[in-house]
Write a protein that binds this ligand. Structure first.
Ligand code: ADP
Ligand code: ZN
Ligand code: ZN
Length: 762
């Protein structure tokens, strides 16, 4: 029997400044069965007991004030689930499943209220004829006024464009716009003025007819939807197989039935090119969220969504909480991306939360990726998710030819440079032909792992099968168990002296490219060159327009860009991410390489890919080269099953933070101790034998140990890992530990963060 609780904490002003302001009320007997978190209630308020509306945000049996002052709830509205109720229920789910406080969860879900002056929506339009615009464009190009030219070019094609889009996504400054207005070339129009009903030049609307694989996905999903079936689908489509076209058709079907759509795209892939594809199809009915928007602008966006002014919202993780009243579908593109996991508490994963939100609002979910996460693919294999495969590249383009180069072999042939002979030849060939090259440096995770350049041997922890990381003091450490050893002088495997911490920066690569190919025009894209607002987009636009021959970059350059001039992709140190020091390293390597390789040959010309590696036989590299997901999946799953890593089992990380080193050490020891006691008691309750328990406990608690980042900003960091087969058991353990923290005096001034199935290493 479900225990019905006595008291409810109620929030009366649902806006983030007042989220922590709750009032406790008692729940009359007859209302108890319907008093759920998120439920809208009517309560007496203030001295005069006027009745107002509120929402239940938590339930308990403990009065916070003298019971005689606690008033009863008058009524609970049951008709029609409001969006506020849904979001509060979603916050509760996040708090329960991922840890943290209800307050943090509510703050994640409810947009910050900021009063913004109502800004009129403005658009930029041509003030001259198309012929004149073409002349102006020619002049701008001659004077190499790039920004002006870009805007004119776009306006010639699209007639008019949203002002915000021009500033935000086209990277046109306000002064460029003003100067063009002064020239009489363009003008600004506001909402109230006459509006051209056709905002997109119809001749631009490409009529693409879907291929059979694409059409099957669209038809099946829409048919399900119209029959009232709500579920989660995974679209596994190779790079360039036309997933976005599938999304577009499905979205059209969903909004035609009066519902709304949330489309999540990792911010890095949310480029002008991508956004324009959606605009071209849905025009005004779209709103876009990105991190460049101010809080006020974001709030404005969510109001527009709530008022039904838009049907589709596109944005990164946080767009998931858009308060649509009639949500029909959530799409998560590139669902394997680590950016869908929040790095701040509550450390929720957008995929799980999207599925919950869909359940609360009667919507479906589509996950899409060329390299699905093992989690999603496993669910698709189990039949929990519907699965669609898109195996062909949509356009005529063929999959690229891939060469795997063994760098140990290069060294044996006395080639110590970072370019293999083949890659050097191919770059030269492309320079002569005037085709473009992308050079990708795999720098994900740590650059600190230690390997032998002669035999490729990597130093690993004897207990964890995870690479050791070199520390400045000359020692090697395991981030999982704390194992430590001295950095050897010679390779323990072959005795070579070419053993060292690995690390190649983009800057160094740029220098080398300049030296080897002095005539090449080079662009570099990494954290340094994209620090400035919009520079990311600027670099991509420059490369797309053919103003450079070689683009050098980190994983930033592999996402969602469709450069038709690129016929060569070079991956310099493909195995780098294999040693990131966490159990997802192989998966991430496979994803990065498959995505990078997928950048080549997207246009008419066939593509070639060179993968340089010290581990040419590693399964994640071999299967990425052929985009052979199934082989990768099976190998990797057997490894996860063997070592009990997600999704074969689950991991809960507790990160303890404190300014006092001693305190956090003691607290983490205590923490591990009580967790062990709790697990012992529970396993005993499950009827396991002493021996089974012993074994299970051993695999269940790892640590405490210093985090790999043991101290940051004068805050000491300790971690404990709990491994367990059932997620629900870990949730119960987390609940228990949260309760323990609240009552223990050893946890003053110590922050504890939980993370389930971590996407990054600690
Ligand atoms: P993905 O999202 O899977 O990487 P896209 O949807 O971006 O793939 O498609 C890749 C390219 O192929 C795009 O330029 C797109 O316009 C084109 N395309 C997609 N589907 C078709 C089709 N059925 N016929 C012709 N071109 C297509
Ligand atoms: Zn270890
Ligand atoms: Zn060696």
């Amino acid at each position: 029997m479900v225990r019905l609780l006595q008291y409810a904490d109620i929030i009366v002003d649902i806006s983030s400044e007042h989220l922590d302001k709750t009032y406790q009320y008692s729940i009359p007997e007859e209302l108890k069965p319907v008093a759920m978190i998120g439920a809208p209630v009517i309560i007496p308020f203030g001295k005069g007991n006027r009745t107002i509306k509120g929402y239940i945000v938590s339930l308990s049996d403990e009065p916070k004030i003298n019971v005689q002052f606690i008033k009863p709830i008058v009524a609970i509205e049951e008709k029609g689930i409001r969006i506020e109720s849904q979001l509060i229920a979603l916050a509760y789910y996040i708090k329960e499943q991922f840890g943290g406080t209800m307050n943090d969860a509510l703050r994640t879900v409810i947009p910050v209220k900021k009063s913004v002056k109502h800004i009129e929506k403005r658009r930029v339009v041509l003030a001259v004829t198309k012929e004149e615009a073409h002349q102006l464009l020619a002049t701008a190009l001659k004077k190499s006024h790039k920004a002006k030219a870009r805007l004119l070019q776009e306006l010639i094609e699209k007639v008019e464009i949203d002002y915000e889009l021009v500033i935000g996504k086209l990277n046109i400054s306000r002064s460029t716009i003003e100067s063009l207005i002064k020239d009489g070339a363009i003008k600004l129009q506001s909402e109230t003025m006459y509006r051209n009903p056709i905002s997109i030049d119809p001749s631009r609307k490409k009529t693409i007819s879907l291929n059979e694989e694409q059409q099957t996905a669209v038809n099946t999903i829409l048919k399900d939807y119209n029959e009232g079936i709500r579920k989660t689908y995974l679209i596994h489509g190779k790079t360039g197989s036309g997933k976005t076209e599938v999304y577009l058709d499905i979205i059209e079907g969903i909004i035609a039935s009066g519902k709304q759509v949330i489309m999540l795209i990792p911010e890095i892939a949310l480029t002008y090119q991508t956004v324009m594809r959606f605009y071209a199809r849905f025009g005004e009915r779209i709103s876009i969220i990105n991190s460049r928007l101010s809080q006020g602008e974001r709030y404005d966006q969510s109001l527009r969504a709530k008022n039904g002014e838009v049907d589709i919202i596109i944005g990164p993780r946080s767009a998931l909480f858009t308060p649509f009243k009639n949500l029909g579908l959530v799409i998560i593109d590139e669902e394997h991306e680590a950016s869908y996991k929040s790095e701040m508490p509550p450390k929720y994963h957008a995929r799980e939360v999207a599925i919950k939100r869909a359940e609360l609002s009667g919507a479906s979910v589509i996950l899409g990726s060329a390299t699905p996460s093992l989690e999603s693919y496993t669910k698709a294999m189990n039949g929990e998710f519907g699965l669609f495969q898109l195996n062909q590249r949509a356009k005529e383009a063929k999959l690229p030819m891939v060469h795997i180069i063994d760098l140990r072999e290069e060294l044996r042939n006395k080639n110590k440079s970072m370019f293999s002979n083949l890659l050097r030849e191919l770059i030269e060939d492309r320079l002569i032909k005037g085709q473009q090259t992308m050079l990708f440096i795999n720098r994900r995770g740590y650059a600190g792992f230690v390997s032998c350049r002669s035999c490729g041997h990597v130093l690993k922890c004897p207990h964890c099968d995870i690479s050791l990381t070199s520390h400045n003091n000359g020692s090697l450490k395991c981030h999982y168990c704390g194992y430590e050893e001295v950095m050897p002088k010679l390779c323990p495997s072959c005795g070579s002296k070419y053993i060292a911490a690995f690390g190649t920066g983009t800057q160094k690569v740029e220098e080398m490219v300049k030296k080897e190919f002095p005539t090449a025009r080079i662009l570099r894209m990494d954290a340094d060159t994209t620090r400035q607002k919009n520079s990311h987009e600027e670099i991509l636009a420059t490369f797309a327009s053919g103003e450079a021959d070689i683009l050098i970059g980190t994983q930033m350059i592999v996402k969602g860009h469709d450069f038709s001039g690129v016929t060569l992709v070079g991956i310099l140190a493909a195995d780098m991410s294999l040693y990131a020091g966490d159990y997802r390293a192989s998966e991430r390597t496979f994803q990065l390489l498959a995505q990078a390789a997928g950048r080549a040959g997207r246009g008419e010309l066939p593509g070639e890919v060179v993968i340089q590696t010290y581990q040419p036989e590693h399964y994640s590299i071999v299967s990425a080269a052929t985009e052979d997901y199934m082989t990768f999946y099976e190998k990797e799953m057997s490894y996860r099953k063997l070592l009990k890593y997600p999704p074969a089992a689950h991991i809960l990380v507790a990160l303890l933070l404190s300014k006092e080193e001693e305190r956090v050490k003691r607290a983490s020891d205590l923490f591990a101790g009580v967790a062990k006691m709790y697990l012992d008691a529970n396993l005993a309750a499950l009827g396991l034998s002493e021996e089974e328990r012993g074994r299970d406990i051993q695999t269940s608690i790892i640590g405490p140990t210093d985090a790999s980042l043991a101290k940051a900003n004068d805050i000491y960091r300790r971690v404990i890992y709990f491994k367990y087969e059932s997620y629900d058991s870990l949730v119960l353990l987390k609940d228990f530990l949260e309760g323990y923290i609240e009552t223990s005096e050893h946890f003053e001034n110590i922050a504890v963060q939980f993370d389930f199935d971590p996407m990054s290493s600690y």
